[in-house]
Design a protein around this ligand. Sequence first.
Ligand code: ZN
Length: 490
Amino acid sequence: MSDSITILTPDDNKPMIPISSKQEEDEDDDTSLLPNLTTHSCSSSSSHSHSKPTVIFISLILTTCIALSAAFAFAFAFLFFSASSDSTTQVSRSLKTLKTPVVLLISFDGFRFGYQFKTNAPNINRLIKNGTEAELGLIPVFPTLTFPNHYSIVTGLYPAYHGIINNFFTDPETGDFFTMANHEPKWWLGEPLWETVVNHGLKASTYFWPGSEVKKGSWNCAKDYCMLYNSTVPFEERVDTVLKYFDLPSDEIPSFMTLYFEDPDHQGHKVGPDDPQITEAVARVDKMLGRLIRGLEERAVFEDVNIILVGDHGMVGTCDKKLIFLDDLTNWIEIPKEWVQSYSPLLAIHPPSNYSPKEIVAKMNEGLKSGKVNNGEYLRVYLKEELPSRLHYSASDRIPPIIGLIEEGFKVEQKRSQRQECGGAHGYDNALFSMRTIFVAHGPQFARGRKIPSFENVEIYNLVTNILNIHGAPNNGTVLFPEGVLLPRR
Ligand SMILES: [Zn+2]
């Protein structure tokens, strides 16, 4: 959770559902400990007797307490001020051409934070310069994979609550297998933004987004407003189709639109994040953004549209020397491949019910820590309930009982092979900087040239419903987050 959320948000504004998530966040909330520590050290000093040295001691303690309190107050004021100085002097700009607010949510898949510095990206930079940017990037949810993250962005829920806990998984109750091509509503929990928007009588359109083809509530994935995924559709065509929505009569223009690009994820996997091919892919998606901006300008709506540009996760280089093989653990425990739901970077193991997950975890960790397993120190295995609570990755039956956390850039495979490959991967711990992506927002409700601290992508749902002035579904985002980021309404 970002600094700004911790500081700007009282506990009673934490998400109402699910309860477990709120508890987890409270436990993890490092900064919330600071005032408690201060209070504790200050109040304990008052129980001393009032002898002269004690008075001096108390004075010293009091002085220290006052100084500490002042320092905290200053730090708070500084952080609050730096996070909100623009919004105190600016209000949202009024619409010139459009009649009602429009949010256009764009995703550059696998756009690692920092890619924007790799090459000249005039259009991304234009949005940054005239909009609001998460200065050190957007924090994805765990696991840092495409489907779980895209669906967290549009539902405001962690994967354990929206149900898409991996790109592929088996439902332990039914034995049914989920793949990325599956559009049955039973898999896709929560309420995505397009559903919320149409439930409020507004229009929504999706030019690709995980979950968008699933018919839920009032959202029926209508032709012309809901594009069926086809990776071969040229990027230009996607941009031009979105632009055409702005040629419709004003009451038919979707209030919420998505636009998705597979790049630069594709190149990142192939060659890793530091290859010149990435630079080319970044330039290409930037060009698409330029095409979009030009089209919006021609229609005199560029300044009216709230553009939210995000990625789903980052990317890190992987290479053949950074491998861990499950078969190397056979002296401690045998892990047959049938137990393994996914290997890397999320190791997920579902043993048959007559095995004890706890014993398996203990034996695996014993082997990994023994010093006799190649790269064993770079994998730690957990019962899902014992994973760090900041990952929010236990409260779903769909999550297999045993989860392995793999160190940045390492990969787990079943057995040794001659295959040698170097490329890129994502899916690791969302606390890793390499997994961060971008957040840039531009439009009438975003301050110009403003930098905000990093935050988790589950906050975006509330941001969008706030801009559209509609009541969102309960989620894991922070209720006060939009207030800290958006310009106040004029
Ligand atoms: Zn990917």
